[in-house]
Structure formats: C-alpha cells, structure tokens
Design a protein around this ligand. Structure first.
Ligand code: WTA
Length: 656
C-alpha cells in the first residue's frame, strides 16, 4: 500500500475508532429473527464443513454430494463434490410446486412508470420458453453467453434460462461502453449476445444495441444477437440480417417446458469481469453448488428473509451484488423481489421512497454512495412518504461513514430497523462479513464480524494476527462454498493475485483494523483499484484509455476522496510535443475516457503537467500525486528526478 493511502486511511480510521456507539439488536426483531441464537457461530467454527453441508440442504439436489469439501489441491477448491443440481430449478421450479406458485417473484417498475408483476408461475413459463429459444439457437452446456441489458425482468429471465441449460452467463453492466463489451465478449469467447434496443436512465433511452453493434465490429465468433424491444421505435433499430433476432419473435413459438440440465456442483455457473491492478479486467469464475448454497443461506440469515417480505436491492444486475442479492439469493429463498429500472432522482429525488411506500418494501439494500446523496438531498424528500413498512436495512460496496450510517438509521429506518453493513467482493460470491441482525450489536462504520462458517482475520505482513486497534491485511483463512474458483483462462493470475501473499489463505486486497471487541473496520484497498460509488475501477484501465488518445503522452491516475462517491478519479497528464493543454482538451480527454470505458469512469479532474513526478529510476511517485489531489502538504520530494514538477502541480491545484 502506498504511504499516501496509508496516511489517508490513518486519518479516517482514527475518526472511526473514536466511534463508540453500539446498537444492540432490537428485542422484537431478535425474537422473530431467522437466527436469534449466538451459538451458531461456535457451532459453525467447530465443524465448518458440517455447517455448510447443513446450508446446502436448503437446496433441492438431483443427486447428493459424496464429499463436502475437497481442498487437496489448494487454492483449487471443490465443494459438494459429485452433487448434481440446477440453479433455475432451485430458483423457480421448486416454488411453483408449492403455494408460492402465485406469489410475486418479481415486482418491476420501469423508469417511465410502467409496472409489471411476474409470479413464480409466470417466471417459470418465461424462463422455460427462453431456455428453449437458446437451445434452438444451438447454445449448449458450457457455452458462454454475454448479456448486456437494462434492469428489466427479461434480464432475470435470460440469466435463469442460461442456468437452466447450463450455459454460463457473463453480464456486462449496461453503463459500459462498446470497448468494454468487446473486451469481455472476446475474453469469454461468447458466440451469443443478449441485449435490448435500450433501457431508460434519467429520461433517456440508453443506446445499448448501438454499443453492441460497435463492440461486434470485426468479431467473427458471435453468431447471434438477441434483442429485446424496450423502446418505442423498433423500426429505427438496426438489425443485422442473419445475426440479429427479436426476443419477442423467438418467444412466439417457444415450447413452455425445458428440462433443467443436471449440473455438477463444480460446473461453471457464471463469469463476471472485475477490475484489478493490471489493465485487463479479470473474468471471475463462479460454480454452481457452492455459490447457490452461500447466497441462499446468507440471504436467509443476513436479510432475515421471511415469506411475507418485500425485498428490494437497488444494485444493478451488472454487478455481483445484483447477481447474488437481486437474483439468485432472494429467488432461491422464494422471496418477492422489487426491481427498478432507472435513476434514484428521476423524475424527482424521492423516487426510491415512493417505490418503498408503493410496494410496501420491508427490506432495503443499497450503497453508501446512494445514502450520502440522499443525505445531501435532504429529508424533505423522505418525509413525503410513509416508510413504515421497512424492517431491515442493508449497505454494501464501500465503507460507510458513521454519519451516513446514522442518517440511514434515523431517517430511513426511523430508529427501529437494524442495519447490516455487508462486506464482500465479486470474488467471494456472497457476503462474508456482516452482522446477523438478530444477534450481533452494530457499530456505525464497522462491518462487525464474519458470517458463521467464515474464518476472517486481519494479518500483519508476517502473517500474524494483529493486536486489537492495529491495522493489517484482511484475509480469509479457510475455503468457503462461493469462493471464486479461478480467473477465466488464467489460473496463474488467480494464484498470484489471491493466494501468493500467505499460504493457503485468501488475500482480499483490502486493509482493515480490528477493535477491542474484535469488530472489523475496513480501511481501503491495497491494489490500484479506485472505488467510485462502490464500483471498482482499475487505475491501469483508465491510464490505458488516456494514452489511447492521440494527444496524450503519459498518464497517471489516482483515487481522491469524494463526499458522495467515496472516491473519484483524478488524472495527471502530459501531452505530446506541440499539443497545447487547453481547457477544451481537458474536457475532451475526460469524455474520451467515459467513451472508452463507460460514464462511471469519467475522471473528476485532469491536471496537465509538463512531466510527472518520477524517481530517478523513472517510477511515478503516486504518493505525491495523492498529496496534491487531496490538497495535503506534499511529502518528501528529495528522491525526485525533477522537484520543480511538483511546484507546478501544486500551483494548479491551488488555483482550482
Ligand atoms: C469494498 C461488491 C467496506 C471492498 C460486493 C471490497 C466494502 C470491494 C464493503 C469489492 C463494505 C465491499 N464495507 N468496503 N461493506 N463491501 N467493499 O467486487 O474494498 O464490486 O474489496 O463487490 O468493495 O467490490 P466488488
């Protein structure tokens, strides 16, 4: 970790550790909670495999496993070895066989205000039909299907249909650009892409299909593109003859039943790309039995899901949170899930509160960045609505500052809803650290303690557990069912990134501190990943996008703290000989990055500089760039090849 980050983390953690407030579980909540007895922790740690086997029994298996865990070849774990199951069967068919047949599975609201409710029976029919469509196009078990869709029920249908026939999906977030899609489609070697003509965001239809068309220019592997019609002008949508097919036309004649493919526990369920230190996003591989076991049990225990709950996770399905806690976890539990297509401030800043009131949402799961935006917008928006249906709140994606936690507690939870601050990663598949709401007392800003069956610790660089109050590296010391199995087509990167710091111990790439009560507080990341509004963006990805511009010679990108987003992207750029560093070019470069990667990667600030601060051996000193961006006193510059570079940058920073 760079010294700059350390200093920054140091400051914020000091403030956090002064945080003395403790909230015990509410008595009434505890009485009715799915887990109300603390003994679950001890039982699980005494017999971890037994605990997970019990959790796996929540699922319907076509064939039971022979062995719970095979860890004979670390870090390559196998869970529920020999077991056979199907994810769509568990998320849909088994509910259709009970009274849940007519229960709402998906309660959907489009941004323009259109509404749809799909019961489990409806979902079953659509998933089966679409699975038959996929089969009809020649998609078979093992084929990777890329999905680039807005937040509409068809996205869930597409994913479940893939799982029904055993074709792993690779979802690309709808906010990503053509280049990002191209990279992911190529890496996954997909021959089918599922998309839509658009999706609504702040009143506009996002040009999803155009992005797919651009992404597929020159691609020879993709044979078919299925297009769902969300917009109103299908005649304006370019449909490539022989390649592009309308979803509704394919569905017209599809058979209504498709036999679910019995999948091996360890068959790949999906791929999801995420940013890391090096330029290319990694395809995180999740498998079937372990993943579904973990998301089902964590959703049941952490969100305390009950039959009558109306559950809403605001994450986009393009991220892991959407996969695990909008689709698979809740549906496997037979929950009613609210799904919303658009922005939180459209048409007005009370859209979320309106949705909660309208559908009687009981469980609400969102991100700190959203909470900080709500705080800024003020309580005039929350007061307009009756939020009394809520009984549990969750947060995920980045550290929540105690102030935002208290605001959430007071104004959304009306001081009577437990808050679960859930820590996990794309790689972990499911929540690993979070309070159980009926058991664990919470502290604003702390993710508290590991889920039963998870062995988390904070280690120093020698691999020793740190003393209370000390910081170190957050690790997971034993395997868990939903852990990533590898990086797609790159076992070495899997080993190097996660398993080479400590022996047989998963390195999370996060730093954390433990307090006197053993509670865990996340400080930040150790790698070159910036967490913008809870979304991981690699500095290298942004730097590559900059230097791809013909006028840029060199780029260095860092994360700076931001009141709402948590962190934002700041870039230091040197332009090529003869190029003038104008404000217009500044705007153009920021736009260039947004076009190359997606709007979430648009840099907040670009500094031009005649050179970057480098050591005499040519290494860019990011620590100093961090100091400049944060407006801090700039640290030691004696090792710089040319210290005047810093003066120039400080002047720019001070002049805004
Ligand atoms: C951060 C999102 C603090 C962390 C599910 C992690 C958090 C990265 C929390 C993973 C939390 C996630 N408190 N930090 N509750 N949850 N993070 O892969 O740095 O998009 O490593 O998964 O987000 O981000 P990812």
């Amino acid at each position: 970790m760079s010294v700059g980050k350390e200093q920054q983390a140091e400051k914020s953690i000091e403030a956090l550790l002064e945080e003395q407030r403790l909230f015990e579980p509410f008595e009434e909540f505890r009485r009715n909670a799915n887990v109300s007895d603390e003994s679950i922790y001890e039982e699980a740690s005494e017999d971890r495999e037994g605990f997970w086997a019990k959790q796996a029994e929540r699922l319907d298996w076509f064939e039971k496993w022979d062995k719970v865990l095979d860890w004979s070849n670390p870090p390559f774990a196998k869970w529920f070895v020999g077991g056979k199951l199907n994810v769509s069967y568990n998320c849909v068919d088994r509910h259709v066989k009970t009274w849940r047949r007519n229960k709402a599975a998906i309660i959907w609201e489009g941004e323009p205000g259109d509404e749809r409710v799909l019961t489990y029976k409806d979902l079953h029919r659509e998933v089966n039909k679409f699975a038959n469509v996929l089969k009809g196009l020649g998609i078979k078990k093992g084929d990777r299907v890329t999905v680039y869709m807005p937040m509409i029920p068809e996205l869930v249908i597409a994913l479940l249909a893939c799982t029904r026939i055993g074709a792993p999906h690779s979802v690309v977030f709808g906010g990503y650009s053509a280049d990002s899609i191209r990279q992911r489609v190529e890496d996954a070697e997909s021959n089918l892409v599922i998309t839509a003509d658009g999706g609504y965001r702040r009143g506009n239809l996002l040009p999803l299909k155009n992005n797919v068309d651009k992404a597929l220019e020159g691609n020879t592997l993709v044979e078919k593109v299925i297009v769902y019609q969300r917009g109103e002008n299908p005649e304006k949508v370019h449909m490539e003859p022989g390649r592009d097919l309308w979803w509704h036309e394919l569905m017209e004649d599809a058979e209504v039943y498709c036999e679910p493919e019995p999948m091996d526990s360890e068959d790949m369920l999906f791929l999801l790309y995420t940013s890391g230190t090096t330029g290319k996003p990694k395809g995180v591989v999740h498998t079937t039995g372990g993943y579904l076991t973990s998301v089902t049990s964590t959703a049941h225990m952490i969100f305390d899901l009950k039959e009558e709950d109306v559950y809403w996770c605001t994450a986009d399905i393009g991220w892991i949170t959407g996969h695990s806690y909008m689709v698979y976890g809740p549906l496997s539990n037979g929950a009613s899930v609210v799904m919303y297509e658009g922005g939180p401030d459209y048409p007005e800043k009370d859209r979320f509160w309106e949705i909660i009131e309208k559908y009687g949402v009981t469980i609400f799961y969102t991100a700190p960045t959203a909470i900080r935006a709500f705080m800024r917008w003020g309580t005039e928006w929350t007061e307009k609505h009756d939020l009394s249906s809520l009984r549990l709140l969750g947060t995920v994606g980045e550290p929540i500052n105690p102030e935002a936690w208290m605001w959430y507690h007071k104004y959304i939870g009306n001081e009577r809803c437990p808050i679960v601050d859930t820590w996990w990663q794309t790689e972990t598949g499911s929540i690993l650290i979070s309070p159980l709401p009926g058991v664990v007392s919470t502290k604003p800003g702390s993710i508290t303690r590991a889920f039963p069956g998870i062995e988390a610790d904070v280690l120093d660089e020698h691999g020793n557990s740190v003393e209370p109050g000390q910081g170190g590296f957050l690790v997971i010391k034993s395997p868990w069912p939903s852990m990533l199995r590898t990086v797609y087509n790159d076992d070495q990167r899997f080993i190097d990134t996660y398993w080479s710091n400590y022996e047989n111990t998963y390195f999370t790439e996060d730093t954390a501190r433990k307090d006197e009560d053993g509670y865990i507080w996340i400080l930040g990341r150790t790698d070159d990943v910036i967490n913008v509004s809870g979304h991981r963006i690699g500095t290298m990805e942004v730097e590559s996008a900059f230097v791809d511009h013909p006028k840029v010679a060199e780029a260095a990108v860092i994360g700076r703290s931001h009141d709402i987003k948590g962190q934002c992207i700041v870039a230091f750029i040197t332009v090529k000989e003869g190029v003038e560093a104008t404000p217009e070019l500044n705007d153009e470069l920021r736009q260039h990055v947004a076009t190359k990667i997606g709007p979430i990667a648009r840099p907040e600030k670009v500094y031009f500089s005649s050179d970057l601060p480098k050591t005499r051996s040519g290494k860019i000193m990011r620590r100093l760039l961090g100091d400049i961006a944060e407006g801090r006193v700039v640290g030691d510059t004696t090792t710089l090849a040319d210290p005047s570079v810093i003066e120039q940058l400080v002047k720019q920073q001070q002049s805004g």
